[in-house]
Design a protein around this ligand. Structure first.
Ligand code: GLC
Ligand code: GLC
Length: 655
């Protein structure tokens, strides 16, 4: 949009740019800057307009964008153009991701490169390499406490290794996702150290207070993220004799986005990693970006403005880059991270679907889909050109963040129901085979979250210990059922490393003092590659899970109705053990099928009635074909039988 104030400032900035920037041919950069400048100016002004140095900061912002554009290499710029042209590329059903810790998966970055064949064997073409940046030796929250945002941790390799990996992935059409931990730094980061030495410029990078007055006021309304291990939201720093805001662990200092210098530094860092070859940047803990007294300091409007500004700026320099929002918050809040006012996403194109993940676990424990159906029914429609990351497990705990209203709606008491879920997954409920552990117990609220590997939570570990063949098969079916749902739901499925071969809890973290207090490490395994070989040995759990997933992924890629154009319709069924939805073909092409997805979360066979669909003129033929197994499914009197813990991806066949 053309607007005089912004435009005259833009002209002024262009005149003032450093000569080394002015001299370059930046045609594409300038057209995009022109297109986004009104938005960038408005947002930057909303956040920082009251400051005397506003214009100087604006100039600095444009310089950073231009300098990183100049550094962006040709193949990456080519990719930006390709994606500009094919702007819906990431909504395709073609993409399937896996998240992993480099050291757990393959020791180091070189080792990871040697394992690319493994991704290809399974069908993975988006790899989220979890934090690889320099971090302290001991407590580093698995790399989420960064001490240097511009270099790779030497324990897993070098910047060159990362660039070589990125290049090879690019050549093999595999996307690379990297983290940028935007909310905080490690207390060993240079900025924190300078702050500790008394440098006021850097003290202003963080929330630092000389006494408890302000922290006390903040804490009246701030919840705690790690109440057991890192209670409160502030930490006393002896060297400064002051209090620092530390919402996560006491060694993770929250960055102060009231300071435009912090915003500009972090944008520079995002663009730096985009220029190392990342396709997607995962923005960590985005809900926490803005702190305001009297609020929970989560999901604040300014946090959204910051993300919009990051997006608008990133589009100017590296428009091919996507953002993932890691916001593990209430369903109505998550949806806002796609961008609230825009028709198409203008914050993050991708967000973790934590709601769906938690609801799936509810269905596992209750063996019914009441809350799952209710929760998905109340999930607000997301924007066009935005997509979910759908997952069953990740490296974090499972939070039971359903909407209390939804829990009431299906007839449970929220507190009692959450207690039941924690009991169930920690094996404290009669008949539960789950071997999870409670995480983050909060004395004040009584809340718990859950840690545990997928295979241990669904009972595979227990069944194998007991050598119970039937239970082994059921837990394998459950693993496949859960993935059958996330792979077809609409969005990019994100598998968690090790789950493809049924890896159980790993208790070795207890021997490491820097990890022992944090049981999320129970589900952050070291891949046992000898065990992984069993995927080639018929009828082993490893083979059944791996091949099942491999087949699902291969089928997904051929089904265009699985692309994400908000083309999902929840199907109400009278049977509360089933979860059913239709994936409608989003394209004009009449030959492409709608797909009916039906999953049974119960240990008994369940019936699905097709009458409603048939009354709508759908699924009228005698035979349905299950795309996953390839088998024909016959229908008796409009009823489809779904075996225990089974799912179908059904299309209608005339035959
Ligand atoms: C993110 C990470 C989590 C980490 C937290 C603090 O939520 O996923 O592992 O503990 O941020 O950085
Ligand atoms: C909370 C935070 C989330 C973080 C997690 C770490 O759920 O909201 O961002 O990943 O804690 O366990």
């Amino acid at each position: 949009m053309y607007e005089q104030i912004a435009h005259s400032l833009l002209n002024k900035i262009l005149d003032e740019l450093k000569p080394e920037i002015r001299k370059r041919d930046l045609r594409h950069f300038y057209t995009r800057l022109g297109a986004n400048f009104y938005a960038i100016h408005s947002l930057f002004h909303l956040l920082y307009g009251k400051r005397d140095d506003f214009e100087r900061q604006m100039l600095r912002l444009v310089e950073v964008m231009a300098a990183q554009y100049i550094l962006r290499e040709k193949p990456l710029k080519k990719k930006d153009h390709k994606r500009e042209h094919d702007h819906n590329w990431f909504l395709s059903q073609k993409w399937v991701g896996m998240a992993l810790y480099t050291d757990g998966f393959s020791d180091d970055l070189q080792g990871l490169r040697e394992r690319i064949d493994y991704f290809e064997e399974l069908g993975i073409n988006m790899v989220h390499v979890m934090p690889i940046l320099e971090c302290p030796q001991g407590a580093s929250d698995g790399g989420y406490a960064v001490s240097n945002f511009r270099d790779v941790d030497e324990r897993i390799g070098s910047l060159t290794d990362l660039r070589v990996l990125a290049k090879e992935l690019r050549q093999r059409d595999i996307l690379l996702t990297l983290d940028v931990v935007v909310n905080h730094t490690s207390d060993e980061h240079e900025w924190a150290k300078k702050a500790q030495e008394g440098d006021e410029k850097y003290q202003d990078y963080f929330y630092i207070y000389k006494n408890r007055d302000t922290p006390d006021v903040f804490e009246t309304s701030m919840p705690e993220v790690f109440p057991e291990t890192s209670p409160g939201n502030f930490t006393f720093d002896k060297s400064m004799n002051k209090w620092v805001m530390t919402v996560f662990n006491d060694y993770q200092w929250d960055l102060n986005y009231n300071n435009p210098a912090v915003f500009i530094e972090m944008l520079d860092i995002i663009l730096f990693w985009a220029n190392q070859g990342a396709d997607i940047i995962r923005l960590d803990a985005v809900a926490f970006l803005w702190k305001k007294i009297g609020t929970t300091c989560q999901n604040e409007r300014e946090a959204h403005l910051i993300l919009q500004l990051m997006k608008d700026c990133c589009q100017v320099t590296a428009p091919g880059i996507l953002f993932i929002a890691e916001a593990i918050v209430a369903p109505v809040e998550i949806i806002k991270y796609f961008g609230e006012d825009a028709v198409i996403a203008k914050e993050c194109e991708i967000a973790y679907n934590a709601t769906f993940m938690a609801l799936l676990w509810d269905a596992v424990a209750t063996k019914n889909t009441k809350l799952l159906n209710q929760g998905i029914c109340s999930l607000p429609e997301k924007l066009e050109r935005s997509t979910w990351l759908n997952y069953v497990r990740c490296h974090d705990d499972i939070g039971l963040g359903f909407d209390d209203n939804d829990i009431y709606q299906v007839g449970y008491d929220p507190k009692a129901h959450r207690h039941f879920l924690v009991d169930y997954f920690t094996g404290n409920f009669e008949g539960s085979p789950a071997k999870g552990q409670p995480f983050g117990h909060n004395e004040k609220t009584g809340d718990d979250r859950i840690s545990g590997a997928l295979a241990s939570l669904v009972g595979l570990e227990d069944a194998i210990d007991k050598n119970d063949a039937k239970a082994i098969q059921q837990s394998i079916d459950l693993i496949l059922l859960l993935h059958g749902m996330v792979i077809s739901f609409g969005g990019i499925p994100l598998l968690y490393y090790g789950d493809e071969i049924g890896t159980y809890n790993d208790y070795s973290y207890l021997k490491d003092v820097s990890k022992a207090h944090d049981n999320r490490w129970i589900h952050r395994p070291q891949i046992n590659w000898e065990r992984a070989e069993k995927r080639h040995q018929k009828d082993t759990p490893e083979q059944k899970i791996f091949d099942g997933l491999k087949r699902m992924i291969a089928v997904r890629k051929t089904v265009s109705s699985f692309a994400d154009y908000n083309n999902r319709e929840l199907i109400e069924t009278e049977n509360s053990h089933l979860f059913a939805f239709m994936r409608n073909n989003p394209f004009e092409d009449k030959d492409k099928d709608n797909v009916l997805v039906v999953g049974n979360f119960n240990n008994l066979p369940q019936y699905f009635s097709l009458s409603d669909l048939r009354n709508r003129g759908l699924f009228e033929y005698e035979f349905l074909q299950d795309l996953y197994s390839g088998e024909s499914i016959s229908i008796v009197e409009d009823k489809l039988v779904v075996p225990p813990y089974c799912f179908f991806w059904l299309v209608n066949r005339k035959v």
